[in-house]
Structures are given as C-alpha cells and as structure tokens.
Design a binder for this molecule. Structure first.
Ligand code: M6R
Length: 357
C-alpha cells in the first residue's frame, strides 16, 4: 500500500536506502561475508563469456553490470536487448553463461531468448525481484533483488537493487578467482545507502531543477561519459516514460556527430559528471552545447564539482556512482511529470510487465 504517499513511484524512490541494506543483509553469511550460492559461482567460473539479456530499465542496469563483471571479476560480457537477441544471435563462444535481468521475471521478449538458449544447452541465471516468476522458474539459477513489490510502472528501486546485486555477484566472483578488489564492497554499499538517503532528503532541490529546466520544454538531452552515459540513458527513459517530454541519452562525445544540430536556445541538457577520468571531457561537452544556446544542468560528485553545478552528489566509490547519480534523475522525472499533470504511476500506453513479444 502506498500509505501517506501520493504515488507509488515516490514511495519506491524513498525505499531505496532500506532496499540497499536489505540486499547487503540477504547476501551476507553469519560472518558478514558476501556470499552467493556455490552453483552460481561455479557457473560464472566456467563461463568463457557472459551474455546479459534484458529490456528497458533492466537493460540499462545490464550495461553497468557489464562494467562490474569485467572490471571486478575479469569476465568478458556482452549486453543485449532481449527483443533483438533471439532473432539476431551473435556468434556464441564455447561456454557462454546467460544472465537474464528482469524486475518482474515475466518479460516475454526475455523469455523467448531463454527458451532458445536452453534449446542450445546453455546455462542461465535470472536476476529478478519476483521469486517463482517465469524467468526464475525456467532458468537454471536465480538471484533475488529483495526490493519488495514495485507497483509504479516506472522502475526505480528495482534498478538500484539490480546494480547492487550485480556488484555483489561481481565481487564474490572476483574473490573466487583470486582477484583482489582493493575495497570493501559491504562498506561501500553502506556509504551508497547514505548518499541515496541524502538525495531523497534533498527532494526540494530536484523539484526546483524540474521547474527550472523542464517546465515548458518539448525535449531534453542527457549526456555523460563512461558509466554516466549509461545512467543518462536510464534518466532519459524515466523522463520520457512518465512526463512525455522527448528525452534522449547520449555519450558526451557523440553529440557533435549529429545530435548537436537539435540544440536550440534554452534546450535543457542534463550532464552527469561523476567519473574522474573523463571529467574534463564532459565539461568540454557541456561548453559545446552551452555555446549553442543549451541550458545545461550539471550533476557532479564531490571532488569533481565546479562553480555553477546544479547539484553535487556525495562522494561514493566510482564504480557505484550510478546507484547515487540515478536518484536525482528519478526525482526530477517524478516532479516533471507531476508539474505536467501526468499520471505518474500509470503512464499512457504502458504496462508494468510486458508479457507480449
Ligand atoms: O520486468 P522487467 O525488468 O523485465 O521489465 C523490463 C522493462 O519493461 C521495464 O524495465 C520498463 O522499461 C520500465 N517501465 C522502465 O521504467
């Protein structure tokens, strides 16, 4: 039940710090060590390549999951949109492992891929919020998200839960492979939970950003580089899905290859700057669009901020920054939709789970 909340979406956004803590607990053993089922670890150890299959927001989580599995655990990963994969399969290696990411576990596009790869005899793992869902029952293994029921059509807490579980999967696999991470994931996820809470407590700032940048616009661009690019894709999906503002996410460097032609006087460009290695590059991209009249809203992270940034996020481990950077984007989308009198929890033309191909 949504209790005193006006919308499920807002309630689910607010639940994210608690979900983080629940996930940490659920994946810890009695000595507070992160663990996953040994059969799943074996499947990851045996895989020569991982294919992540998902749709929508879960696909965006998959893009970041690839970074975790490659950078922490050293396993090559491809990420595929499920509706394409089954009909345009890439060349498969000898021992691929398929990871299905699905909040509902009922997405038909993903299920058709599962059916096909099972016929080929490949191993599968489903990461889902719903125990007993179709994708969970039909896959060899399941990891649960522990996010609690997500009712709003726009996925929020399931996304951050997916990222947290993927980071745990990558860290535990790294350990099993003898790779030293150099940081304590439990501690870092705790810091993330607090940073998420700080964003939630600063809702009025996001409401302010929504009215300043999005109240009358027809369109909006999200730019970022490296992991911020993937978070921008999710920010754009969230915004278009519930506010009907045409929104697109781009890699910061790609804009000048065509899309910059769309920048007009006052076009909002939400830029994420949480990645140290590309901070100067994204700042350069912001200057390019500002020089053409854009209205840039820069969301940066402590240590990388500059005067004039619209929002500065608390510092968290760079790999985990998507979990924090997405929160203001969720809230900005929520307020933009609210200001436009949109049906926040049930946007037009959409269903919570898409059970047709
Ligand atoms: O249940 P799933 O995670 O498989 O759903 C996939 C997409 O349909 C879903 O993430 C959709 O994009 C959301 N409505 C986005 O907020």
């Amino acid at each position: 039940e949504k209790g005193t909340y006006p919308h499920y979406m807002l309630k689910e956004i607010d639940e994210q710090p608690a979900v983080m803590r629940k996930i940490i607990q659920a994946y810890q053993d009695e000595n507070d060590k992160l663990v996953i089922q040994p059969e799943i670890l074996d499947a990851l150890q045996e895989a020569d390549r991982i294919h992540i299959i998902a749709a929508g927001t879960s696909y965006h989580a998959g893009l970041i999951g690839k970074e975790y599995l490659e950078k922490m655990a050293g396993i090559p990963v491809e990420v595929h949109v499920s509706s394409e994969f089954g009909y345009n399969m890439p060349l498969l290696s000898e021992k691929p492992l398929f990871i299905f990411i699905s909040q509902s576990g009922e997405t038909a596009d993903s299920r058709q891929v599962l059916v096909k790869i099972k016929e080929l005899g490949h191993t599968s793992l489903t990461i889902t919020n719903v125990a007993g869902s179709t994708l969970s029952r039909e896959a060899d293994h399941t990891l649960l998200l522990y996010a609690g029921p997500e009712i709003a059509v726009a996925s929020t807490k399931a996304y951050t839960a997916q990222l947290a579980v993927l980071s745990i999967l990558a860290a535990v696999t790294a350990e099993a492979r003898g790779i030293k991470l150099g940081f304590d994931l439990v501690q870092e996820l705790g810091i993330v939970a607090n940073a998420i809470q700080a964003q939630i407590d600063a809702k009025e700032e996001m409401e302010q950003i929504a009215s300043e940048f999005l109240s009358t616009t027809r369109n909006c661009f999200f730019i970022g580089r490296v992991m911020d690019y993937f978070v921008g894709l999710e920010g754009a999906l969230k915004l278009k899905e519930i506010s009907y503002i045409q929104a697109e996410g781009f890699a910061g460097g790609e804009l000048k290859h065509g899309t910059i032609a769309l920048i007009e006087e006052g076009t909002p460009v939400i830029a994420l700057a949480t990645q140290e290695a590309v901070n100067l590059n994204i700042r350069g991209n912001v200057k390019e669009v500002a020089a053409r009249g854009a209205n840039p809203c820069i969301i940066s992270m402590e240590g990388l901020q500059e005067a004039g940034d619209s929002l500065v996020l608390p510092k968290v481990h760079e790999l985990l920054s998507p979990l924090v950077a997405v929160i203001p984007l969720q809230l900005i989308s929520y307020f933009a939709a609210l200001h436009r009198d949109c049906d926040v929890d049930k946007p037009r033309n959409l269903a919570k789970s898409v059970t047709v191909e």
